[in-house]
Design a protein around this ligand. Structure first.
Ligand code: ATP
Ligand code: MG
Length: 440
């Protein structure tokens, strides 16, 4: 298709008249602007460092997958699959979906490339955008970002503990305050079967008091009712039979050992016996880290164990445990100031000859890692000083005809307003030394 056709069509109304509308981002999709992106990168860097200290490696999977990956991976009767996915047919008719979460895609990749065969436990992290068609509000977007961890191939409670520990350390390292870690065990399919019998009996009695969604859930996925945000449902479920009374000895022991790990590394937690997760595949450990000060969307990180998932996506029967940190919520929590542009040195070259002269110096300083800027236009010294100020330059190097003749340049410290002369034949290392001193 000729791209200009669609662009033109876009600017006409139904009557074919030209309309002038500013093009805006899609609702619930946000730009991450300069000034904000620095904070994003700082968070990602901390997460990378923490994960690498646990021996994890990064994986990046596509944002688009076959719809089936998520239907099988997340479960048909979940909010995500039932009403939140961006699903559309590819041009050949295949159903595709923008990933609403990372785990299913990471596992699809691990199976496809047989990554699990390489070592005992496959320890992966990933970060990137996720897409869910939800009502946009504070801490809830349609394109949002997660930092994810997945450990595949072990059911050791130490791995559950480490996953929580990693989430906790990332938040802690970033200085997030007033966090509350809630943990629970959802048991295995055997304990769940026993629990479900009791739960179904209870739900039959209270069904009229539940919201329409939960009435439906009581037939399809009753555990999810614990997760309903409706106040009435919460009250009703406060008296519901709890999974903790049905844990088999294996699950009970496993849960106890996860809590031991948390205690041994001094991570404070509370057991919340009502905590379930929105996705079908969770078994045993489940956890959330909540932050006061986020309003209604107060879960900043969440995760748990998903032992049946790899198999249900067509892989071998290996267990797994993982977690996701919500980037936007985390950044809200950190209240990071927007950062300004800074420039180590601005080179004010006046005239063609000066410009040619300074180019190799600029190249060398940039290669040393300094931020070096210059004017793209031929401008007066006054205009260039103004630009240097706007760019937050620490120093300005003034190179005009006179300076070239004298073979001596002027370096102005923008903070102290002091100016010093620098011999031209030594300019690269002299400036390097001065800029390095500024770092101290
Ligand atoms: P919630 O109950 O808030 O809808 P969830 O159970 O759907 O969360 P998960 O699927 O567990 O969330 O995703 C993990 C994390 O990703 C959440 O704890 C949250 O921090 C973040 N998150 C989930 N959905 C959104 C969204 N629409 N916008 C921003 N962040 C989100
Ligand atoms: Mg949700």
């Amino acid at each position: 298709m000729d791209p200009s056709v669609s662009v033109r069509a876009f600017h006409k109304n139904v009557h074919g008249e030209d309309i002038k509308v500013a093009v805006k981002a899609v609702r619930g999709f946000k730009d991450i602007l300069p000034g904000q992106s620095e904070n994003w990168r700082a968070v990602e860097d901390v997460a990378r460092d923490v994960f690498e200290s646990f021996g994890l490696r990064e994986i990046r999977t596509p944002v688009l997958e076959k719809t089936d990956v998520f239907v099988r991976g997340i479960g048909e009767h979940t909010d995500i699959v039932e009403k939140e996915m961006y699903t559309f047919p590819d041009r050949n008719g295949d159903s595709l979906t923008l990933r609403p979460e990372a785990t299913a895609g990471v596992i699809r990749a691990a199976i496809e490339h047989k990554l699990y065969a390489e070592s005992g436990t496959l320890k992966l992290f990933t970060m990137g955008p996720m897409f869910r068609h939800e009502r946009p509000q504070k801490g809830r977007l349609r394109q949002f970002h997660q930092i994810n961890v997945e450990l595949l191939g072990t059911d050791s409670p130490l791995s559950d503990g480490e996953v929580i520990w990693m989430a906790w350390d990332v938040l802690h390292e970033l200085g997030a305050q007033d966090l509350r870690l809630e943990v629970n065990s959802l048991g295995c399919p055997a304990c769940r079967k026993e629990h479900r019998k009791d739960l179904n009996l209870y739900l039959e009695q209270v069904s009229p008091d539940l919201c329409p969604d939960c009435q439906r859930r009581s037939r399809t996925n009753p555990l999810r009712i614990f997760d309903c945000k409706n106040q009435r449902c919460r009250e009703v479920m406060a008296r519901a039979p709890l999974i903790k009374h049905h844990l088999c000895p294996g699950c009970s022991d496993h849960f106890g050992k996860v809590l031991d790990v948390l205690e041994s590394v001094e991570i404070p937690f509370v057991i919340n016996p009502y905590l379930v997760r929105g996705l079908d595949y969770y078994v045993r450990t489940t956890f959330e880290i909540l932050a006061s000060g986020l309003g209604a969307q107060n879960t900043v990180a969440a995760g748990g164990r998903y032992d049946g998932l790899v198999r249900s996506l067509g892989g071998p029967d290996i267990p797994g445990v993982g977690m996701a940190i919500g980037m936007e919520r985390l950044l809200l929590l950190l209240d990071s100031p927007s950062s300004r542009m800074t420039t180590d040195i601005f080179v004010a070259a006046l005239g063609r000859e000066a410009r040619d002269e300074v180019m190799p110096w600029i190249r060398d300083w940039r290669r040393m890692g300094f931020v070096v800027q210059m004017s793209y236009e031929e401008k007066s010294l006054k205009a260039q000083m103004k630009e240097a100020n706007r760019l937050g330059a620490g120093y300005v190097l003034i190179v005009g005809e006179d300076e070239l003749d004298r073979e001596e340049l002027i370096l102005r410290d923008m903070k102290t307003k002091e100016q010093i002369a620098i011999p031209m034949d030594d300019v690269i290392s002299r400036v390097e030394n001065i800029l390095n001193r500024g770092d101290e």
